[in-house]
Design a protein around this ligand. Structure first.
Ligand code: PMP
Length: 407
């Protein structure tokens, strides 16, 4: 087994090599967004410099080149997720849009009183669209509870399923606590009842290859910016003929076969779900990011990330009055914490003055913050594989200093 060469990875990320407030940047806000490798930056710049044109409708050379690159990116995403076909991949703005699309299109034949099962660990992106649907159509939301280690209580799932359950929608990895959820087991239970499963993969893909067929999910949503690609673009995977069966979400150009004032016929999927000019350069940059990531040694990365998590957890545990929120057995290197007598916002501000970037607040998971008794939210350090053990040591020492300053 090869050791993980973190320095040669870091060298590919220009943004990591800078000072903040006169201190070397320690970037531990990767669950919010990741930095971009040079190859992604270059891909987008070269697209603008050579191939920029609108896609799909043009007969001219630049449009053909741009269309080909856009469709190649779709094929790359299909390969990275192990989808059966690139026709199962819809480009969206990100996980938020993917879930809004499904809340709209899946619910076409749902009735008042029909139920969707979510979990207490969800991000608002996988809560609010369903609550809006509840307000509009009388859909009832049920939730898989979370235990005090921040893990889903799967034993409760069978009892939540009724003959009105239309969907189970859960995240792959919790952005707030780092818990890796047993989505394959959830999908197995759902399948036995004929219920479709949506996985919010925003935090799944950044921590290792995803195989949607092995997970057994019907839908998988991801955001490029969380996986070292550009913002404003993401993908929705929909298994098999789901996209044929679902009505479209947004209407406009590019998603139609024929338009007349007395009727409209839609294009076959995935075009049916891609109205208007998409984020062309974003999709191409997303493809470049996944191609780059696919070339990495993910077994070595897994070991490195486990070491980062262990160092963070052990270091923070030594600090008096500090509570780590969420100690799941299976986690990515994301650590949410509280310090007695200190507000998370003040912790974050002081860490920034030391060059360390973390996130503070409710992490778009207000219901979860209630469950874990952190109503003011937490401070959260989220590592990526380009972080070093040395950076974790600097972070832990800085948190100890911050505690002495605030308490
Ligand atoms: N779900 C999870 C678990 C997330 O972490 C995020 C981003 N913070 C989202 C959904 C929303 O993703 P986006 O903002 O890219 O649409």
């Amino acid at each position: 087994t090869q050791p993980f060469d973190v320095e040669s990875i870091r060298a590919q990320f220009p943004a990591l090599d800078q000072q903040v407030h006169g201190k070397p940047l320690v970037y531990l806000d990767n669950a919010a967004t990741t930095q971009k490798p040079q190859v992604v930056i270059d891909t987008i710049r070269e697209f603008y410099e050579r191939d920029n044109a609108n896609i799909h409708r043009g007969v001219h050379t630049l449009s053909a080149r741009a269309s080909e690159r856009f469709e190649n990116a779709r094929a790359r995403i299909a390969r990275s997720l192990n989808a059966e076909s690139e026709r199962e991949i819809v480009f969206v703005r990100g996980v938020t849009e993917a879930i809004n699309l499904l809340a709209h299109s899946l619910s076409d034949d749902w009735q008042a009183g029909d139920e969707a099962i979510l979990s207490e660990l969800e991000h608002h992106a996988n809560i609010v669209p369903w609550l809006m649907l509840g307000q509009r159509k009388g859909i009832v939301i049920r939730t898989i509870p979370v235990n005090d280690r921040g893990e889903l209580e799967l034993d409760a799932l069978p009892g939540l399923i009724t003959d009105k359950t239309r969907l189970i929608a859960v995240n792959h990895v919790s952005n707030a606590l780092g818990t890796v959820n047993p989505v394959a087991r959830i999908a197995e239970t759902a399948q036995a009842h004929g219920i479709p499963v949506l996985v919010d993969g925003a935090q799944g893909l950044p921590h290792g290859p995803v195989d949607v067929q092995a997970l057994g999910c019907d839908f998988y949503a991801c955001s490029s910016h969380k996986v070292f690609g550009p913002s404003g673009v993401g993908a929705l995977y929909a298994r098999g003929d789901w996209l044929d069966r679902l009505p479209p979400f947004l209407g406009g150009g590019d998603m139609i076969e024929e338009v007349r004032f007395d009727g409209v016929r839609f294009a076959p999927p995935p075009s049916k779900f891609e109205a208007g000019t998409p984020n062309i350069e974003g999709a191409i940059g997303f493809g470049a990011a996944l191609e780059w990531a696919d070339g990495l040694d993910w077994l070595a990365i897994e070991r490195h990330e486990a070491a980062l998590l262990q160092r963070m957890t052990e270091g923070l545990t030594e600090i008096p009055g500090l509570r780590i929120v969420g100690q799941a057995a299976h986690k990515v290197p994301v650590v949410s914490f509280l310090i007695d007598g200190a507000h998370p916002h003040d912790i974050g501000t002081l860490l920034d003055s030391m060059g360390i970037a973390v996130r503070t607040g409710h992490h778009c998971a207000m219901p979860l913050m209630q469950c874990v008794e952190a109503p003011a939210g937490t401070a959260r350090a989220s590592a990526a594989f380009y972080n070093t053990l040395d950076e974790i040591d600097q972070f832990v020492a800085a948190v100890a200093r911050v505690r002495d300053m605030l308490v």
